[in-house]
Design a binder for this molecule. Structure first.
Ligand code: ATP
Ligand code: MG
Length: 363
């Protein structure tokens, strides 16, 4: 290898190793060079791109074409951190872009460099921060609400109970009193749940037999839905050892998911619960850990969830049910993250929905 070839390879390696996407466009507007990160971000391969007009390759991303043209014409550097989205196949990638002129030592301009930075993970982080923000606002609100609401509620309930004692046993008004008490208890429960959702708490960890917890919930739900002919299918991996979790919270988590499934299906519908171990799964939240996880899926053959609602499911008070509070899934998400796990939803409108919970075997 000649010295010049070596130098060239050295520089090519540098460009290839940069984490940002780098595309070099020559003075004729053709792509002269593209690094692997740029291939990854744009979904266009180096072979497809090389020697072809940039404007044709990026027909759909007008803002990038304009930036490149402007830099080529004026020699100015341009940075744009606003809302550039690159579409590859069906996927949309948010990016920030910078263009700058490629200058020779003599000052002559021989092309334009476009640098693309993938913002996906930053956006995910921003979403998580926004979510945390929302929860802490909710916490303050919930504490205030609980304080202001619980006392009058206690008063109403007490008064209703007194009324119940005063009314003759055969009075039809007693039904109304019973409704009052029931609804007061409902409001009370919502306030309690909101408070639990918004405040930090300590977990009581102990080895728990996951399949017993799931089995008990199913037994209860079978009894509660008798007459609706719902089939409950349980497919458990018998090799799963006791897992270290908070049993009360774990029960609440799966009860909420299984109740949602039961509420989603028609009479005669199917609710399927499966468990398995995922080995060596690297946790994405912290990034540095490898551990064994259990995955539990709760699926149903209900109507599914429209795509545009998927993002809102875990938001407190999002509900499509006349009598729902919309706190069920928000509580599930809190419990899962308290156990350093993950929850996700897949839904096929018309076919059904699957919620998957993954938690580490040990905390
Ligand atoms: N298995 C499912 N199939 C279809 N839609 C679902 C399913 N699970 C949840 N959803 C949708 O997500 C919404 C929010 O669920 P979540 O459990 O948080 O509240 P809810 O069930 O409406 O009320 P709550 O659980 O407080 O009684 C539901 O109203 C429903 O639209
Ligand atoms: Mg629910």
């Amino acid at each position: 290898m000649t010295q010049e070839e070596k130098t060239r390879e050295f520089y090519a390696n540098i460009i290839d190793s940069v984490g940002d996407g780098v595309i070099v466009i020559d003075t004729a507007g053709r792509v002269a060079l593209m690094n692997p990160a740029a291939e990854e971000i744009t979904g266009i391969s180096r072979r497809q791109a090389q020697g072809n007009p940039f404007s044709a390759l990026f027909k759909e991303t007008e803002i990038l074409r304009e930036m490149v043209e402007k830099t080529a014409a004026t020699g100015m550097s341009i940075s744009d951190h606003e809302n550039i989205v690159i579409r590859k196949a069906k996927q949309l990638t948010p990016v920030s872009a910078t263009t700058c002129p490629l200058m020779l030592a003599s000052g002559e301009m021989t092309g334009t460099i476009l640098v693309l930075r993938d913002l996906t993970s930053i956006r995910d982080l921003e979403d998580a921060v926004r979510h945390a923000d929302r929860l802490s606002t909710l916490g303050t609100l919930a504490a205030g609400l609980a304080h202001e609401i619980k006392n009058p509620l206690g008063g109403i309930k007490g008064a209703a109970q007194l009324l119940d004692l005063e009314l003759p046993a055969e009075s039809e008004l007693r039904d109304n009193v019973r409704i009052m008490v029931r609804e007061v208890e409902r409001v009370n429960r919502i306030v309690e749940e909101l408070l639990a959702l918004a405040s930090p708490r300590r977990l009581t960890l102990a080895p728990v037999n996951l399949h017993k917890v799931l089995g008990d919930i199913v037994t209860l739900q079978k009894r509660a839905t008798e007459g609706r002919k719902i089939s409950f299918l349980q497919q458990f991996d018998p090799s799963i050892p006791p897992i270290l979790v908070d049993e009360g919270l774990l029960t609440q988590l799966f009860l909420n998911l299984i109740k949602n499934a039961v509420e989603a299906v028609d009479d005669g519908g199917l609710v399927r619960i499966t468990s398995r171990v995922i080995s060596d799964y690297s946790m994405t939240q912290k990034g540095e850990r490898r551990s064994r996880l259990v995955a539990v899926e709760v699926s149903d053959d209900g109507p599914g969830i429209p795509k545009e609602q998927l993002d809102q499911l875990f938001t407190p008070f999002f509900t499509t049910k006349a009598k729902g509070t919309g706190l069920g899934l928000a509580i599930c998400q809190k419990i899962v993250s308290e156990h350093r796990g993950m929850i996700k939803v897949d839904s096929d409108p018309g076919k059904g929905t699957t919620f998957t919970v993954m938690v580490p075997l040990i905390q």
